[in-house]
Design a protein around this ligand. Sequence first.
Ligand code: NAI
Length: 325
Amino acid sequence: MFSTQKYDRLFLTQAATDSNVQFHFLEPRLEPDTVVLAQGANAICAFVNDRLDSDVLAALKESGIELVALRCAGFNNVDLKAAETLGVRVARVPAYSPSAVAEHAVALIMTLNRKTHRAFNRVREGNFLLDGLMGFDVNGCTVGIVGTGRIGRSFARIMQGFGCEIVAFDPYPDPEVEEMGIEYLPWEGFLNRSDIISLHCPLTPETHAMIDAKAISLMKPGAMLINTSRGAIVDTHAVIEGLKSGRIGSLGLDVYEQEENLFFKDLSEEVIQDDVFQRLLTFPNVLITGHQGFLTRQAMEEIARTTVENLSCLANDEPCLNRLI
Ligand code: NAI
């Protein structure tokens, strides 16, 4: 198991207790230089920033490994065509807790809006001034959701509870979503109606840099943008320009295009070399978390349970509902 953290060990060890799956936990990320660590295993388990391109998949196959269990929903980091050609089977955890990610998106919105992160520090320092802490009522806002799948819908329900009007953009409209009172709009209309835009679509060639300079120019001035989906859906340079001009009023990110060089590591003693990321951190109206949307107890239990189940099914050649290839 590549890219493991303490919580992976805890939950996956528990989930594997009564199974014939045995995990060997590795801290490094899976990439061409580390693929050799998988030798001797029957299968590998990977996470969001592990690289499963054609070279890595070929190297795995050469070591006799034909099973890949992703312990995440997104699979943009896997070359599925290469896996198919090589005969490597891949499964994922399609849904573990949509609420976990949806609720994290809401946490970003409310922190950015009511500036609780700044208030926390001020009060601890004995500064009870309120200057600079002004927010807005979320009640009555129009919230735009890109991607009305499992997470998008869960997010919509929460925001409806806040008293927001919900609009959506998704090339595959779902009548069930419309029954929730959510209106699908064409891209341009969607962008200029939304006070808050939250991204909940997968990273695909169509969604890559979907939030670019043109999209930003069509947003409502001062709109809030939230991305808990995948970093590359947003063109970070364009977003920085949007923040500088004020077109983007605030930005909440749980994902970042170049996150594999940063996230899930303690870099507090190092000089961070990513100037674009560092520029983002200079804005008072930007809040970044390090891909923690999935990190709830319930989500981890479900990820661990499904991963063990996927591995057992794949290894025993049994039908596996979560199989991609
Ligand atoms: P899902 O498959 O249930 O829903 C995705 C939705 O996006 C579908 O309705 C689909 O029609 C829509 N979509 C596809 N192409 C689109 C496009 N071009 N424009 C707009 N919408 C489009 O997926 P789910 O479970 O809701 O997850 C969404 C994404 O959230 C995942 O792909 C993953 O990238 C991200 N995620 C982030 C996590 C985190 O920890 N921050 C954890 C889990 C998922």
